[in-house]
Design a protein around this ligand. Structure first.
Ligand code: ADP
Ligand code: MG
Length: 476
């Protein structure tokens, strides 16, 4: 996203309004979705009292207006905007969401011959300009990743760090670090073609190329990139054998030419469900790094950084309160911070005592507590009762559907509604990581098409004191 057109005040206002609007969304799922949608905004400009927010195209403008227009207008007011400030959600027909990887040759002698194959564009998603190394807080939980990322940015394509594979739980900064690498390389090597895509977006590109008979073109293009950043590579396995093959070849072509590849994933390469052996060995062939959950000091430092420039300023005691009470992931900490900011704006005289903070942040804290409290045993017992199966059956390897469903559902709930780690869950079910991930994925897919299963899940969650809205988005 680029806000280069904004003066510092307007930029501050826009950043605050954006954060407030995202934090107004109820539930993790909606918030994560809003985050994603806001990150797809192409640029923001100010003309007089009007903020123009440019999205990808007409359709996304309409959707964005419908989904966030009203809340965003409120958020501007909450962020301290004058009531004369207007916002317009629009799109720029002339903007290209592509990077040029080869300048077209000027051929003034010939008129532009449209049938000539001179297309040299490649799709990429915009990098958030504030995802930089400077904005990233280093701590014991991420210092190795941070060092490796800086190494890559300094010397893209160096063998020892190629590919750089970053894995770790959701909301711990993988996307931030990856985009920081992209931003830094673009700054220091302006000629480099840097391409950032989620694995899902790359898959879409590939499928489009296939259906339009442009596969050769797709190959050519992606092999001209200098730095390929693929986020959430765990999606690669979505029953797409051909895609894995294509990716394997692109991967080899790029690394053989000393082009840099960076990948992120929720899980280490070997635990990506359905992944081919040869890809695992390629992914493990460079630098493998894990981001872990930050400890208290790092959480506090992150909060300090994120609260810089907030108006009114957030006090240290407030930051300490948040750091001590919200631990599960950085995204939740950011949500808590914006919520405090909203309240501080609504009632500037309010004293931010621990009691007031506990009240304002009740939702966040309760969720944190119940996640911590909920054990895998409770989940298993509750599921067994509901389905009338025994614990032995759940732990067995029996493949009958009447056992497989409760088994996988229990895995799903353990993964999405507790703070237990993947290894812990695997141990409790006496299964491998990959089996757990496969089970969780299977339930995720079925929930979209099986209302009965969804109903059962909701009933079980109700017994455990949760709702669907409490789900940790992204934990595979
Ligand atoms: P992931 O991709 O691992 O799910 P993100 O990169 O999307 O996580 O991070 C979620 C949010 O937390 C982002 O807004 C990011 O800026 C912030 N964040 C995470 N870790 C850090 C850190 N160490 N320093 C600063 N911000 C961080
Ligand atoms: Mg991410």
């Amino acid at each position: 996203m680029s806000n280069e057109n904004l003066d510092p005040d307007s930029k501050g206002l826009w950043n605050r309004a954006r954060m407030i609007c995202i934090s107004m969304m109820q539930g993790d799922e909606k918030r994560t979705r809003a985050e994603r949608n806001f990150s797809m905004i192409q640029s923001v400009a100010r003309e007089g009292d009007t903020f123009k927010i440019f999205t990808l195209n007409k359709l996304s403008s309409e959707r964005f207006e419908k989904e966030y227009g009203e809340d965003l207008r409120k958020s501007f007011l909450l962020a301290g905007a004058d009531s004369s400030v207007k916002i317009e959600i629009t799109f720029d027909e002339t903007a290209k969401h592509e990077i040029v990887i080869e300048k077209k040759e000027e051929q003034p002698a010939k008129p532009a011959a449209s049938h000539e194959k001179t297309e040299t564009f490649i799709s990429t998603m915009p990098l958030k300009e504030y995802y930089t190394f400077e904005e990233f807080v280093e701590g014991p939980s991420n210092s190795y990743v941070f060092a490796a990322a800086k190494g890559v940015a300094k010397n893209p394509g160096a063998k020892a760090l190629n590919p750089l594979f970053i894995h770790g739980g959701t909301g711990l900064g993988k996307t931030h670090i990856m985009q920081a690498i992209g931003n830094e390389i673009k700054r220091t090597y302006p000629k480099y073609a840097v391409c950032y895509l989620t694995a899902e977006a790359l898959l879409n590109e590939y499928v489009n190329a296939l259906t339009q008979g442009r596969i050769h073109d797709f190959r050519e293009r992606y092999r001209k990139i200098d730095v390929l950043l693929i986020d959430d590579i765990q999606f690669i396995a979505k029953n797409m054998q051909n895609f894995q093959e294509e990716f394997f070849n692109t991967f080899n072509a790029l690394t053989n030419a000393d082009k840099q590849i960076v990948l992120t994933s929720d899980v280490p390469p070997k635990d990506i469900p359905g992944i081919e052996e040869r890809l695992i060995s390629r992914f493990e062939g460079g630098m493998l790094q894990e981001v872990e959950s930050p400890g208290y000091e790092t959480r506090l430092a992150i909060l300090k950084k994120k609260s810089e420039g907030m108006d009114p300023p957030i006090r240290d005691t407030t930051l300490k309160f948040i750091a001590a009470n919200i631990k599960s992931h950085v995204r939740a900490m950011e949500g808590a911070l914006s919520k405090v900011n909203i309240y501080a704006n609504l009632d500037p005289k309010m004293q931010m005592t621990d009691a007031n903070l506990a009240n304002i942040l009740k939702d966040f804290i309760e969720k944190e507590k119940s996640r911590k409290k909920l054990t895998i045993d409770e989940v298993k017992n509750c599921v067994c009762r509901k389905y009338g199966v025994t614990l032995e059956q759940i732990l067995s390897t029996e493949r009958t559907q009447s056992i497989v469903t409760p088994r996988q559902l229990a895995m799903f709930i353990s993964r999405k509604f507790t703070t237990r780690s993947l290894p812990e869950i695997a141990k409790h079910f006496e299964k491998s990581h990959a089996t757990i991930i496969h089970g969780v994925k299977n339930i995720t897919n079925r929930l979209d098409v099986d209302p009965e299963l969804k109903q059962t899940l909701e009933e079980i969650l109700d017994e455990l004191g949760f709702t669907m809205g409490d789900m940790v988005d992204g934990n595979m």
